[in-house]
Every structure is written in structure tokens, then in C-alpha cells.
Design a binder for this molecule. Structure first.
Ligand SMILES: NC(=O)c1ccc[n+]([C@@H]2O[C@H](COP(=O)([O-])OP(=O)(O)OC[C@H]3O[C@@H](n4cnc5c(N)ncnc54)[C@H](O)[C@@H]3O)[C@@H](O)[C@H]2O)c1
Length: 409
């Protein structure tokens, strides 16, 4: 368990790894942090050496923040994953240590949508085939098999952040949008919700997958689904590699049943740039393969840098946990002119009463108070008129359910 502190801390030190966008450094520096950066990831040993004195840690996908790291970093308050996924962080250990974790789930939505649209147009127009022929010295001015996207039917599977934004932009190009989502989603614009996956497959000229990475989606699009697609249709996957059976896709492309495909994500992906890439889909005509770059644009990186850094700052300064992936969500700033006590605890009955009893016995007047819970954790922020004494801090720390208590402001 972490050592809680009640003394209001100065902003302190932040460590940003893996070439996080410079805007994150600027934002934290302007808020008073001393920021160190590295271009690469750190392994567990290196991380343990660098973390003493660091209150905010920023990583991307290559740094593993393990239970061992979290259990041995008493100064750490929050970890920012400057990316979408948080699998590289032991979220349970972080919550148990009272360390908030934030990510950027929406910053690259538009980048994925634009790549999908570019690929839909390129494949519908058979641009890759024309391009390859030209590079091979062949002039083929035929229109056969090339279509406008206007008026064609786009089938979106998974109508979340990305699927629904793609729906809006595709309609602006004149496409008719049909979608299927396992949950009840509001149709945007003139898009039509379908009752089943198969209904979309039988209607759409272009099928694009934007489902999430839940384990039940493993292999959910295979031989049966490709066979259900319309002859001459186009297939895209920019969601997760493990959801599609690539052997079945290859078969349907070779037979001509599927006229083209764009794949950005693979069941097994190389560890990094420069490593060999193996796939059943290499060497096929009218198939665009990209190295998981759907969300990789400079705009998305900049947005991620600012978004996650602001979450870290707001948690450290105000205790705000909105969009934290592991702590109960409380978003507001402290009432003006007050000091905030942020108390993270195990979620069992009676903790709020115990906190308030400590404050009442010390004669501390509560200006406002909010409680949120999430699974095994509870989080109370209490705004009080003046700084609480060390004795109040000691008594709050000693409550058996306390995970971490901080005084902010
Ligand atoms: N290629 C990239 O670089 C890149 C970048 C960002 C996100 N992604 C991936 O894109 C996918 C979508 O991202 P998002 O932010 O829109 O996620 P999201 O969680 O907002 O939306 C996913 C939607 O899919 C639906 N869904 C899940 N399983 C389904 C199924 N079997 N059938 C029908 N609907 C199903 C969910 O109900 C949800 O509405 C994710 O897998 C994400 O990891 C890829």
C-alpha cells in the first residue's frame, strides 16, 4: 500500500517516455512540473531506477508498468498512456496502489476514419491495380471494375466512436450507410441500423469492421461471413487483427468473390519498424496492407499529447478522475477558496461516515463533498475551508480502508 501524504506537494517531477509529443511536455512544464523525457521505452529495472521522486509517468505502448513497478514507486500519483490501449499497465495493481491511469480513447478517431475512406475510394476505383500496372510499364485505360463511391452501400460493423464518425463522413460522399452493432446504437444522419451482421453482409458493396477488442470477437469474421458478402464487394479491417480469418479472406480474394481489401491490423504484428512482416495476404491484387497506422497521424499524436497531459495535470492538481480507466470518476474542480481532501479507499460500507467523523471531531467545516465508486474502490473529494492539520491527515491515513489520501490546493 502506498504511503499517503497530506502536505500539499509542489507539482514535482514528471517522466515522459517513448517520444511523447512535445505539447505534453509544454503543458506539464507550464503547470509547474519538472519534466524529463526519453525517446525510447524503459524496461522494468530501468523504470524502477528512474521512478523515485517522479509523480507523473507518461508512456506509450512499449513500456510495461507491472505490479512490481507500481508496488515500488511510492511517489507515483498517475500514469498516462499516451495511446489508446492500456494493456501494458497492470490496472488492478495501479488502483490498489492508488495510482490513477489515463489514456486517449478518442484522439485518433478521425485519423482512422480518413484512412478507411481513402481505402474505400482507392479500392472501389481499383487504384492499386492501375498503379502497379503503370510501375510495370503497362498503360491500361480501361474503366472495367472501377466505380464511384457515390450511391454505393457501405456496411459498418461496430458503430462506436470510429464506426459512427465514418458513417457521417461517408454519407457526405453520397454513400448509403447500413450498420450493425451488438448494442442498440442511435443511427446518425440517414444511416440504417440492421438487425444482424448477415443482413449487412447481404446488402453492402463495402464492408468495414470497427468492432472493439473484446475476446469474444476473436475470429468472428471468417469463411461463413466472407461467403455471405455480395460478389465483387470490398472488405476492410482497421479494428483488431484477431477478429478476421485471413486464410478465408485470401481464398475469397483469389476466387474473385471479394474484389478488394484493405487490412491495417494483423493477428501477429512485428515488434517494431524494420522487423519482417509475414501474412497470408501478401502479394494479392487490389489488397492494401498498412502497418497498423490507422490512428497514426501527426494530428492524432498532438491531440493525444495534450489530452493525456491535461488529464494528468487535472488529477494531480484537483483530484479530477474523469475518463480515468481504473479509478471512480469525479470531475469537478475544487470550490473556489477551499482546500480539497482527495480520499481513495476500499469500497466498503461506512467509509464516508468515518471520514466525516474525523473531520467533525477536528472541527473541520465541509464546504462540499462528492463520492464515486467503481468496483472495489471508492473515491471521496471533500472541499474544506482551510488546510487540515497533520493530526487529521494521520487519522485519515490510519482508517483501515484508506488507499491514499491527498490534500490539494
Ligand atoms: N487501426 C488503428 O490504428 C486503430 C486506431 C484506433 C482504434 N482502433 C480499433 O478500432 C476499433 C473501434 O474503435 P472505437 O474507438 O470505435 O471503439 P468503440 O468501443 O467506440 O466501438 C466499438 C463498437 O463495436 C461494437 N461491437 C463490439 N463487438 C461487436 C460485434 N461482434 N458485432 C457488432 N458490434 C460489435 C460495440 O458495441 C461498439 O459500439 C477498436 O478495435 C480499436 O482498437 C484501431
Amino acid at each position: 500500500m502506498s504511503a499517503p501524504d497530506l502536505a500539499p506537494a509542489p507539482a514535482g517531477r514528471a517522466l515522459l517516455l517513448e517520444n511523447i509529443h512535445a505539447d505534453a511536455r509544454t503543458l506539464l512544464s507550464e503547470a509547474g512540473w519538472e519534466v524529463e523525457t526519453t525517446s525510447g521505452a524503459l524496461d522494468e529495472t530501468e523504470l524502477l531506477e528512474r521512478l523515485p521522486g517522479v509523480s507523473l509517468l507518461g508512456i506509450r505502448s512499449q513500456t510495461q508498468v507491472t505490479a512490481k513497478v507500481l508496488d515500488n514507486a511510492p511517489d507515483l500519483r498517475a500514469v498516462g498512456a499516451f495511446c489508446i490501449g492500456t494493456n501494458q499497465i497492470d490496472l488492478f495493481a495501479a488502483a490498489t496502489a492508488g495510482v490513477a491511469v489515463f489514456n486517449a480513447p478518442y484522439s485518433n478517431t478521425r485519423s482512422v476514419v480518413e484512412l478507411a475512406l481513402a481505402e474505400i475510394i482507392a479500392l472501389t476505383r481499383r487504384l492499386t491495380v492501375k498503379d502497379q500496372a503503370m510501375h510495370a510499364g503497362v498503360w491500361d485505360k480501361s474503366a472495367a471494375g472501377s466505380h464511384e463511391v457515390r450511391g454505393r452501400r457501405l456496411g459498418i460493423i461496430g458503430y462506436g466512436n470510429i464506426g459512427s464518425q465514418l458513417s457521417v463522413v461517408a454519407e457526405a460522399l453520397g454513400m448509403s450507410v447500413f450498420f450493425y452493432d451488438r448494442t442498440d446504437k442511435l443511427a446518425l444522419g440517414n444511416a440504417r441500423r440492421c438487425g444482424s451482421l448477415h443482413e449487412v453482409l447481404e446488402i453492402a458493396d463495402v464492408v468495414t469492421l470497427h468492432v472493439d477488442g473484446r475476446s469474444s470477437n476473436s475470429g468472428f469474421f471468417g469463411e461463413e461471413e466472407f461467403a455471405r458478402m455480395r460478389p465483387g464487394s470490398i472488405f476492410l479491417n482497421l479494428s483488431r487483427g484477431f477478429v478476421v480469418d485471413h486464410v478465408a479472406l485470401r481464398k475469397h480474394i483469389e476466387s474473385g468473390h471479394i474484389a478488394g481489401a484493405a487490412i491495417d491490423v494483423f493477428p501477429t504484428e512485428p515488434k517494431g519498424s524494420g522487423h519482417a512482416f509475414e501474412s497470408e495476404l501478401r502479394g494479392l491484387p487490389n489488397v492494401i496492407l498498412t502497418p497498423h497506422v490507422g490512428g497514426s497521424t501527426e494530428e492524432a499524436q498532438e491531440d493525444i499529447g495534450r489530452f493525456v497531459a491535461a488529464k494528468l495535470r487535472d488529477y494531480a492538481l484537483h483530484g479530477a478522475t474523469t475518463l480515468s480507466v481504473n479509478l471512480p470518476a469525479l470531475g469537478t474542480e475544487a470550490t473556489p477558496g477551499t482546500v480539497r481532501l482527495a480520499h481513495l479507499h476500499r469500497n466498503v460500507p461506512g467509509v464516508l461516515a468515518a471520514i466525516n467523523s474525523v473531520l467533525a471531531e477536528a472541527g473541520v467545516n465541509i464546504e462540499s463533498q462528492q463520492l464515486a465508486t467503481r468496483g472495489d474502490l471508492g473515491y471521496v473529494v471533500t472541499d474544506i475551508a482551510a488546510h487540515a492539520s497533520d493530526e487529521v491527515g494521520r487519522r485519515l491515513r490510519e482508517l483501515p480502508e484508506t488507499v491514499r489520501v491527498r490534500q490539494l490546493g
